[in-house]
Design a protein around this ligand. Structure first.
Ligand SMILES: Nc1ncnc2c1ncn2[C@@H]1O[C@H](COP(=O)(O)OP(=O)(O)OP(=O)(O)O)[C@@H](O)[C@H]1O
Length: 310
C-alpha cells in the first residue's frame, strides 16, 4: 500500500501542491487526471525523490520513505513525460548504462535487460542505435529503463502522450502484465478514455488538491445521478407527461419525438417508483435510463463545478 499524507510544495510563494492525500493499493493501476499546471508532475517528482517536498509523509509498507532517498529510489521507478534518450548508444548499452547507475552488477544487469526487452517487445532491436527507434519504441525502451532496478512502484508521467492507438494498446498490455506481477502503477494523462481503459481508480487534481478520487465506476455513478433521465415511450407521449409532472422529484420535462428528458432529483428507489407508476398507467415504456457520462464529460463537469462533487 502506498499512502501520501498532507504533501505540500511551494515554488517561492506559489503553492503548487497543498495538503495532498492519496492511498493506492498494491498492484493497482491508478490514474492522475488534471488540467495543465494542476501539480501532477510536481507530485510525481516528489514521490520519485527528484524534488524535495516542503512537508508531508509518503508511506510504503508502513515506512515513511519521503526522506529516505535511497529507499525511495529503490522502491520507485519514474518515467518522465519528456524522455531523454542517449542517441549514440545501442539499446543494450542504454539499459546497461542505467543499470550501472543503480549499481547493478553487469551479469545481473544483462539478464534483467534481456527480460525487459522481451517484455517491451524490443528484443530484435537489442544492438540497434536508440537514435533509429521510432517514438513508440523509444517510449517502450524508456519504460524498460524505468524497470531495471525492479521497483515495486512505477510512476509514469503522461506515458501515452503522442503515441498511436496500436502503441497505446501495447503499452496498456505491458502495464496490465506488470500490475499482474504485483507492481503498483501510477499514470498521469490528459487522455481520459485511456485512463478509463487502464486504471481501476483515478484521482482528479486541480491546483495541487484532490477534487475527487476513487473507483472509476463509482465516480461515474455519482456523476450520472445528476444527469437527466431519458424515457423512451412507444405510442402516445402525452399520456406520460401528466404523470411525470405530478411527480415531486421531477424538475424539468422536455419532449423530443418519443424521447422524454426529465431532470429528476430522486434516488434510485424513486426512479424505480416512477417507472412503476408509468407502467401501471398503461404507458408503454421502451427504455428508462440515466444519460451516461463518459470520463471526458465527467472531467468537464467537475472542472466546472469544482468542490460541489467532493
Ligand atoms: N520549477 C518550478 N518553478 C516554479 N513554478 C513551477 C515549477 N515547476 C512547476 N511549477 C508550477 O507549479 C504548478 C504545477 O506544475 P506541474 O508541472 O506539477 O503541473 P502538471 O499538472 O504536471 O501540468 P502539465 O499537465 O502541464 O504537465 C504550475 O503552476 C507550474 O507553473
Amino acid at each position: 500500500m502506498l499512502k501520501i499524507e498532507n504533501l505540500s510544495k511551494s515554488y517561492g510563494n506559489f503553492k503548487a501542491v497543498e495538503n495532498f492525500n492519496l492511498t493506492v493499493k498494491e498492484g493497482e493501476i491508478y490514474g492522475f487526471v488534471g488540467p495543465n499546471g494542476a501539480g501532477k508532475t510536481t507530485i510525481m517528482k516528489i514521490m520519485s525523490g527528484l524534488l524535495p517536498a516542503d512537508s508531508g509523509i509518503i508511506t510504503v509498507a508502513d515506512e515513511n520513505i519521503l526522506h529516505n532517498i535511497k529507499k525511495l529510489k529503490q522502491t520507485i521507478g519514474y518515467m518522465p513525460d519528456f524522455f531523454g534518450v542517449y542517441d549514440n548508444l545501442t539499446v543494450i548499452e542504454y539499459l546497461l548504462f542505467y543499470s550501472s547507475a543503480y549499481g547493478i552488477p553487469e551479469d545481473v544487469a544483462l539478464n534483467r535487460a534481456s527480460e525487459l526487452l522481451e517484455l517491451v517487445d524490443l528484443k530484435d532491436k537489442i544492438n540497434e542505435y536508440v537514435d533509429g527507434l521510432s517514438r513508440g519504441m523509444k517510449q517502450r525502451l524508456c519504460l524498460a529503463r524505468t524497470l531495471v532496478h525492479n521497483p515495486d512502484i512505477l510512476i509514469l508521467d503522461e506515458p501515452a502522450s503522442g503515441l498511436d492507438p496500436l502503441t497505446r494498446h501495447q503499452l496498456r498490455y505491458i502495464l496490465k502484465h506488470l500490475s499482474g506481477q504485483g507492481k503498483t502503477i501510477i499514470i498521469s494523462s490528459h487522455i481520459l478514455t485511456e485512463l478509463a481503459e487502464m486504471c481501476s481508480s483515478i484521482c482528479i487534481i486541480d491546483k495541487g488538491n484532490v477534487i475527487m478520487s476513487g473507483n472509476i465506476e463509482e465516480i461515474l455513478f455519482q456523476v450520472d445521478s445528476s444527469n437527466p433521465l431519458i424515457i423512451n415511450v412507444y405510442g402516445e407521449v402525452n399520456k406520460a407527461v401528466p404523470i411525470l409532472r405530478s411527480n415531486k422529484y421531477v424538475r424539468t420535462i422536455s419532449v423530443d419525438n418519443n424521447n422524454i428528458m426529465v431532470t429528476f432529483i430522486g434516488r434510485k428507489e424513486d426512479e424505480a417508483n416512477l417507472l412503476k407508476e408509468l407502467i401501471l398507467n398503461d404507458v408503454l415504456v421502451v427504455s428508462f435510463k440515466r444519460e451516461q457520462s463518459n470520463l471526458e464529460s465527467l472531467f468537464l463537469k467537475i472542472m466546472e463545478k469544482g468542490s460541489e462533487f467532493e
